[in-house]
Design a binder for this molecule. Structure first.
Ligand code: AMP
Length: 218
């Protein structure tokens, strides 16, 4: 069993969400994706969604106070007692320090951090090719894992959409935000001795297998 807080780190398109879902299912712990929570809030036009929308569309990070508030509330829920996965959070040093404080206050140990490293040209293909089913959320990629019929989900016939922020201009901004604000977290966690680097260039099944093996021994 892994440490009770697992953090998935990596650039946009690295496959954090896909891998986090596998690990969450395997260990029966919740996957907390700040990106998913924010997208849901935008869709429902809640005050949180209204506040975050412009930043997300520009490929910029939502302010630390906003995302830290979301995470604090979510990890206080009963299903997180056994452990939880943070997917796409923290993304700044201030957010990482916030996680440290919250874990300490709850008497939990240090988090375990999985950093998924992917070459930039592959990241771009993953992001520009990504399509999501509007009904069930299944993720496809027109380059690597296309649906049988273009634009249609294999599972339920739902229409495949791309994420509003998966266009070239916004992707460039998101990668820039990653390099400037998030990549310093690699050193932050390496210095704490809790970083595990994962080669994210492999196919998703191989990565998941390696990750589960690693976490089962951890
Ligand atoms: P993701 O689905 O993780 O790629 O996140 C999509 C967008 O949501 C990002 O480009 C940010 O605008 C916002 N977002 C998600 N997580 C965070 C976070 N931890 N800090 C700031 N902004 C975030």
């Amino acid at each position: 069993m892994p440490a009770n807080a697992l953090i998935f780190l990596g650039a946009p398109g690295a496959g954090k969400g896909t891998q986090a879902r596998e690990v969450a299912t395997h260990f029966g712990i919740p996957q907390i994706s700040t990106g998913d929570i924010l997208r849901d809030a935008v869709k429902k036009q809640t005050p949180l969604g209204m506040a975050a929308k412009a930043k997300m569309e520009a490929g910029a990070l939502v302010p630390d106070e906003v995302v830290c508030g979301i995470v604090e509330e979510r990890i206080g829920e009963p299903d997180c007692q056994k452990g939880f996965i943070l997917d796409g959070f923290p993304r700044t040093i201030a957010q990482a320090q916030f996680v440290d404080r919250v874990l300490q206050a709850k008497g939990r140990g240090r988090p375990q951090v999985l950093d998924i490293e992917v070459d930039e040209d592959l990241l771009l293909k993953r992001l520009t090719g990504r399509r999501t089913c509007s009904v069930c959320g299944e993720i496809y990629n027109v380059h690597f894992s296309p649906p049988k019929v273009e634009g249609i989900c294999d599972k339920d016939g739902g229409k495949l959409l791309y994420r509003a922020d998966d266009n070239e201009a916004t992707i460039r901004q998101r990668l820039e935000a990653y390099h400037r604000q998030t990549s310093p977290l690699i050193e932050y966690y390496r210095a704490q001795g809790v970083l595990h680097e994962v080669d994210g260039n492999k196919d998703p099944e191989t990565i998941a297998k390696g990750l589960l093996e690693f976490l089962s021994q951890a």
